[in-house]
Write a protein that binds this ligand. Structure first.
Ligand code: SF4
Length: 337
C-alpha cells in the first residue's frame, strides 16, 4: 500500500503502532506536501524509521506525462498515476493569482453531451492523495505558486465525496499547504442530495453549479443529470445553500451556439435566478469535435451578459483560456489513452 493513500488519522495510528510518537505524522505530512519523492528524503525522521516505512509501504508520486502550453499562459497537464490511470489538470493565470483546475475522477459518469470527459464513462474515482499530487506536481512543473483551486476538471466531485472531503481537509491543513477554503471552488453538475453535507463540512468552500441551460427541457437535452435532479429541485437547493452558508453561488453557463444563447434564454435565466445570491460565469465553449457543438460568438456572449445585467443578475464573460491547446475538460486524456 502507498503511504500517501492512508488518511492522516490512519497514518498517525500506523506510526504509533510502529512505536513512534504521533507528531511524526505531521513531519511525514509536511514531506508529502513539499513533494518528496521517497522516504529517504525525510531527513528529520530517524534512518531506522525511514527504512521501516520503506519496507512496509510504497511511496510513488503522480507524474506529468505531457504538458501543453498556451500563448495566454494556460498550461494543460496530463498526469499519470502509479496504476497507469490518467487525469488532467489545467493551470491558469488570472489577475487575482494562479489557479489550478483539478480532476476528481478519471473519466465521468454524468454524460454531459458537450464534455469530452464523459466520453467512455468513469474509469475510477481519484484518491485524496492523487488530487493532492495534482496540485503538488503541477505547481512544481509550472514553476509558480498556485493560490486557488477549482474542482472542475474531469469527474463529478460530489460523486466521490469521501475522497474529495479528505483531499480538502489535507490541502487546507496548516501542517501542509494551508490553502484557504475560501480559495477553493467545488463545481457540481447538481447532485442535490450531497449539498447539505457540503454545507455542514465545508461552509466556506465556494459552490459552483454547472447550469448551462435556463429551462428543464434544454438542460435535459445536454445534461442527463437534469432528469434526476430537475431545475425545480436544483434551484431551491442552491437558494438554501446560499442562505445557510451566507456565500454566493456561482452558476457556470457554457454558451453553445444556437442551443442556449438567445436573448430569450437570457431572460429565462434571469427569471430563474431572481433573488438568489449568485454570480453567473458565461463561458465560451471550448470546442469538442465529437459533440457537434460550437461556441457562441464573443458578440453574442456580451449581448447575453447585457441582458442578464439589465435584469439585475451579476455575470462575467470569461476569457476563452487555452483555445490554442486541448483545454476542454477530457480532451487531452482522450487523445493519449
Ligand atoms: S461536465 Fe463535468 S459532470 Fe459533466 S460529463 Fe463533464 S466532467 Fe462530468
Amino acid at each position: 500500500m502507498d503511504f500517501k493513500d492512508l488518511t492522516r488519522e490512519d497514518r498517525k495510528a500506523a506510526l504509533v503502532r510502529m512505536g513512534e510518537k504521533s507528531f511524526r505524522e505531521k513531519q511525514t505530512f509536511r514531506w508529502i506536501c513539499s513533494g518528496a519523492e521517497s522516504f529517504s528524503e525525510m531527513t528529520d525522521l530517524s534512518a531506522s524509521l525511514r527504512e521501516r516505512l520503506a519496507q512496509s509501504y510504497s511511496f510513488e508520486r503522480a507524474k506529468v506525462e505531457l504538458s501543453q502550453h498556451s500563448k495566454d499562459g494556460t498550461v494543460k497537464f496530463l498526469l499519470s498515476f502509479p496504476d497507469g490511470v490518467k487525469a488532467e489538470a489545467v493551470f491558469m493565470e488570472y489577475e487575482y493569482g494562479n489557479s489550478l483546475c483539478i480532476s476528481t475522477q478519471a473519466g465521468c459518469n454524468m454524460g454531459c453531451v458537450f464534455c469530452a470527459s464523459g466520453i467512455g464513462g468513469k474509469i475510477r474515482d481519484l484518491r485524496a492523495w492523487e488530487m493532492l499530487d495534482e496540485y503538488i506536481c503541477c505547481s512544481k512543473a509550472a514553476g509558480k505558486p498556485i493560490n486557488h483551486i477549482v474542482l472542475m476538471g474531469m469527474g463529478e466531485p460530489l460523486d466521490n465525496y469521501g475522497e474529495v472531503s479528505e483531499f480538502l481537509r489535507q490541502i487546507h491543513s496548516p501542517d501542509g499547504l494551508n490553502l484557504s477554503y475560501r480559495n477553493i471552488t467545488l463545481s457540481t453538475c447538481g447532485l442535490v442530495p450531497k449539498f447539505e453535507r457540503l454545507e455542514e463540512d465545508f461552509p466556506q468552500v465556494n459552490l459552483a453549479v454547472s447550469l448551462h441551460a435556463s429551462s428543464q427541457k434544454k438542460r435535459e437535452k445536454i445534461m442527463p443529470v437534469a432528469k434526476v435532479y430537475p431545475l425545480d429541485v436544483l434551484i431551491p437547493a442552491c437558494r438554501r445553500h446560499a442562505e445557510r452558508t451566507g456565500r454566493r453561488v456561482t452558476f457556470e453557463y457554457t454558451l453553445i451556439k444556437g442551443e442556449n444563447d438567445t436573448p430569450e434564454d437570457a431572460e429565462e435565466l434571469a427569471a430563474l435566478l431572481r433573488g438568489l445570491n449568485c454570480h453567473v460565469n458565461l463561458i465560451p465553449l471550448n470546442t469538442v469535435t465529437e459533440s457537434g457543438f460550437s461556441s457562441s460568438s464573443r458578440a453574442q456572449a456580451y449581448a447575453f451578459a447585457e441582458k442578464l445585467a439589465e435584469k439585475g443578475i451579476q455575470c462575467t464573460v470569461r476569457r476563452q483560456l487555452g483555445a490554442d491547446i486541448d483545454a476542454a475538460c477530457g480532451q487531452l486524456r482522450k487523445k493519449h489513452t
